[in-house]
Write a protein that binds this ligand. Structure first.
Ligand SMILES: O=C[C@H](O)[C@H](O)[C@H](O)COP(=O)(O)O
Length: 228
């Protein structure tokens, strides 16, 4: 199967985990796109009634266009389940997210969810995190100084640029540095250090958060559940 077909298969499968009346967190990205399409279809066919919160403007717009009931985060008291993509997942189901610059809102929604499911194609599974540049959202104020601090620490930051070579802005109008680390031997220590740096809004290591992973394989979606 092609990569997009694998993404579509897990996006569709994940909707089976959504139950009537739930408040659902919708992630961001090309895999979540298929989840939202399928959820929209089931809502339109009156198979499911749910309300959702979004992790990005992109997902919000897609979901609204499909007639899914969307709520601002501050208007919901609990999130029953969040379904999101990931850029890398290691054998302990620790992950890197933020390839679409949405990881700050994604993490806020994830940590406030009772259950988290990630949907990925097989290419996202790695032995060790770090080949994917670690996204770090930073405030524009002081970004140059923070960039130099990261350089001095050997973290090999790169300012993320768009196709016009302008800095990418997150939904909160911040910048993203991608840290070209190669391998991350101690994810918890790195996460802690990054979070202590003034100007860091959020870093893309998602540690000890996910309960279930749905992996797209040529043999069909493979579900690994209740790992936490
Ligand atoms: O910022 C974006 C998110 O963390 C995405 O969930 C992640 O990049 C995976 O996206 P995709 O499904 O497009 O590979």
């Amino acid at each position: 199967m092609k990569q997009n077909e694998l993404k579509q298969s897990v996006g569709i499968k994940a909707v089976d985990f959504i139950q009537e009346g739930m408040t659902v967190g919708l992630g961001t990205g090309s895999t979540v796109y298929y989840l939202v399409e399928e959820l929209g279809r089931r809502v339109q066919e009156k198979q499911l009634q749910v309300q959702c919160v979004s992790t990005s403007q992109r997902t919000w717009d897609q979901a609204c266009a499909l007639g899914i009931t969307m709520k601002p985060l501050q208007e919901v008291s609990t999130i029953d389940l969040t379904i999101d993509g990931a850029d890398e997942i290691d054998p302990d189901f620790q992950g890197i997210k933020g390839g679409g610059a949405a990881h700050t809102y994604e993490k806020i929604v994830a940590v406030n969810s009772r259950k988290n499911i990630w949907i990925v194609d097989e290419s996202k599974l790695v032995d060790q995190l770090g080949a994917f540049g670690l996204p770090v959202e930073v405030l524009p104020f002081g970004a140059q100084q923070l960039f130099q601090r990261f350089q001095a620490e050997g973290l090999q930051p790169k300012l993320r640029l768009d196709d016009q070579q302008d800095p990418v802005h997150t939904d909160s109008q911040n910048y993203v540095f991608d840290l070209e680390l190669g391998t991350i031997k101690h994810p918890h220590l790195l996460a802690q250090w990054l979070e202590e740096q003034a100007g860091v809004v959020e870093q893309g290591l998602f540690l000890d958060l996910v309960n279930t992973v749905i992996i797209g394989t040529d043999q069909g979606p493979k579900i690994i559940s209740d790992i936490r």
